[in-house]
Design a protein around this ligand. Structure first.
Ligand code: RIB
Length: 304
């Protein structure tokens, strides 16, 4: 095909990102402090929005100009969430309605932006096998498949995607070393945070750079991130912002990285854009509904 005004990138933009991921109703409570064991805390504010690590990632990638197909499930009470995903540009033809309630999350956000999250998986853990696997028949060699740890069937789905010639990625959240171990052999890209990386190294007895996964990204919050790739380890400092709410920042980072790669950016540039998107995200409240689009990211002037 002709290269077009974006040259080779135009061809890279033909890549589709397939997300097997959770879709939640997020109930976000603004609290004076995160509740400790046995403690009751009165919230000072409540909002409901679209969330779920999978949905957040899909929305981030779509807002970053990737072509995204979301594979997942909601209950009859979740049609609004599917409509909202669609409004953000995500292809929702493969989101099924099942006989479980839609997943939800109860999120407490403290004044320093830290959170604690309780999830009820509901429909996210009841995605029928046919709903999961059938969409991959539409995928093309070179497309990308990504999963996180909030649905059933991630390992089998990623293995099928890999066999079909897709490039595979896994976001290890919520973290479970066994879930990571189950997908490791078929992964091209693994994204996890620094605490999770340490736990994984302890569980497997190997450094994250020696897992046999081509690229590993370790996020470190305000400290930035590390990329373990073919040429060794490289660090990226994070832009400085005032933190209001860290919820969904990791999902936004992952979605932007994958979208950048799908659009043909080299990894370092995809990371750079993802860091700006995540920085904008922590400076505002909310999850999927608060994710910045590519124009906001490109126009942002943040302190290095
Ligand atoms: O990462 C943030 C997300 O975790 C929230 O949107 C919530 O739904 C939980 O899945």
């Amino acid at each position: 095909p002709p290269a077009g005004i974006f040259g080779p990138r135009r061809r890279a933009a033909d890549v589709t990102l397939w997300t097997l991921g959770s879709i939640n109703a997020d109930y976000a409570y603004r609290v004076p402090r995160l509740p400790g064991p046995g403690e009751t805390v009165a919230a000072e504010g409540l909002t409901r929005g679209l969330g779920g690590k999978g949905a957040n990632l899909s929305v981030a990638a779509a807002r970053a100009a990737a072509r995204v197909v979301h594979v997942g499930a909601v209950g009859p009470d979740g049609r609004w969430a599917v409509e909202r995903l669609m409004e953000y540009g995500v292809d929702v033809r493969h989101v099924a309605e099942v006989g479980e309630v839609t997943g939800h999350a109860v999120i407490a956000v403290a004044p320093d932006g830290e959170n604690s999250i309780l999830i009820w998986p509901g429909a996210n853990a009841a995605i029928p096998e046919a709903v999961r696997d059938a969409p991959l028949a539409e995928a093309r060699v070179g497309d990308r498949a990504v999963a996180q740890n909030e649905t059933n069937g991630q390992a089998g789905w990623l293995a099928t995607a890999k066999r079909m010639g897709l490039s595979t990625a896994y976001v290890a959240a919520p973290f479970d070393p066994q879930a990571v171990g189950a997908v490791l052999d078929v992964l091209d890209l693994l994204i996890l945070n620094a605490v999770e990386a340490e736990q994984l190294e302890a569980a497997l007895g190997r450094r994250v750079g020696d897992l046999g996964v081509r690229d590993v990204l370790v996020t470190m919050g305000a400290e930035g991130c590390r990329w373990h790739g073919a040429e060794g380890e490289r660090s990226f400092p994070a832009p400085k912002v005032e933190v209001v709410d860290t919820t969904g920042a990791g999902d936004t980072f992952a979605g932007y990285v994958l979208a950048g790669l799908d659009r043909g950016l080299p990894m370092a540039q995809a990371i750079g854009q993802a860091q700006v998107a995540a920085a904008l995200m922590v400076a505002r409240r909310g999850t999927a509904d608060a994710i910045p689009d590519l124009k906001e990211v490109q126009d942002a002037r943040l302190a290095p």
